[in-house]
Design a binder for this molecule. Structure first.
Ligand code: ARG
Length: 273
């Protein structure tokens, strides 16, 4: 989601979620060079499963219309966050978007490499709840197939990659500062999978819901903060042990100590393809 967010920690999760999901008022042109807080540049050729979702109609052409991330899980299937296809991100219904595309094999959004593939269908998980962000996953069908070599395996439940302490990396073209500095190049940040009780302590259930829900979420970060996903990274991959374990979903601010990133637990929401 391409909009600046408040970096201040708010008290109630309902307020945090509201802050993170304010509607886009204008399809703002993007800003400076950056992505993923505390990350480093990576090449799309080394992580071909990391793709960008694009609509130039809604988000302008400066950054090739990028507004969320996605992950190639089969030659014609890309998973992303369900909230990326909702009205608060798109400002319209996904069905009204005539130019929704997946950009694959392109590191730099200002360059023309790789491929832009139209999306022919979008499926939103029935587990998705826009109020709590439970089950934040959608599957896009591509109009033409990507090479098999682009595909990353999705972790299944019980996969040791979900164990707390596991090293993981998050990828995206999103905000690199938490202040609305959207990147042009793909970046990745190293984080660690955290235990559910740590995530629940960081995000207790509030009156309006919106707390950490272990059934369909996991959280990851580093104790000292400084490395995290941020706005615009949503739907993008969290990878551990070479497998897809999470999709960027939400968080309080970006990279703040004690506020880890929250991800969709792919093993709990992705159906067999
Ligand atoms: N909701 C954001 C988006 O739509 C992702 C926020 C992730 N935040 C975080 N601190 N990990 O792009």
């Amino acid at each position: 989601m391409r909009r600046p967010i408040s970096r201040k920690r708010t008290a109630a999760m309902a307020a945090i979620v509201a802050t993170a999901f304010l509607p886009l008022s204008t399809p703002a042109p993007a800003a400076a060079d950056s992505v993923v807080v505390g990350g480093q540049p990576v090449r799309a050729s080394d992580s071909p499963w990391a793709v960008a979702l694009s609509s130039r109609d809604r988000f302008g052409g400066t950054r090739a219309g990028q507004f969320c991330g996605g992950v190639v899980v089969a030659p014609t299937k890309v998973v992303t966050a369900a909230h990326c296809l909702g009205p608060t991100v798109l400002g319209t219904d996904v069905k009204e978007l005539s130019d929704l595309k997946v950009i694959a094999g392109r590191t730099e959004l200002r360059e023309t490499g790789g491929r832009e593939i139209p999306v022919s269908a979008a499926w939103i998980s029935p587990q998705y709840d826009a109020d709590t962000q439970a089950g934040d996953l959608a599957v896009l069908t591509l109009a033409s197939a990507l090479p098999r070599s682009y595909v990353i395996e999705a972790a299944r439940s019980g996969d040791p990659a979900y164990r707390p302490g596991t090293n993981a990396a998050v990828y995206g073209w999103g905000d690199t500062t938490g202040g609305g500095s959207y990147a042009y190049g793909l970046r990745a940040a190293d984080v660690r999978v955290l235990a559910d009780h740590v995530c629940a302590r960081a995000y207790p259930a509030g009156a309006g819901g919106g707390g950490y829900l272990p059934a369909t979420m996991l959280c990851a970060g580093v104790a000292e903060g400084g490395r995290d996903a941020c706005q615009g990274d949503s739907g993008g991959p969290l990878v551990a042990r070479g497998r897809l374990i999470g999709l960027v979903s939400w968080g309080s601010g970006c990279g703040e100590p004690g506020s880890p990133g929250v991800y969709t637990r792919v093993s709990a929401v992705l159906p067999a393809l």
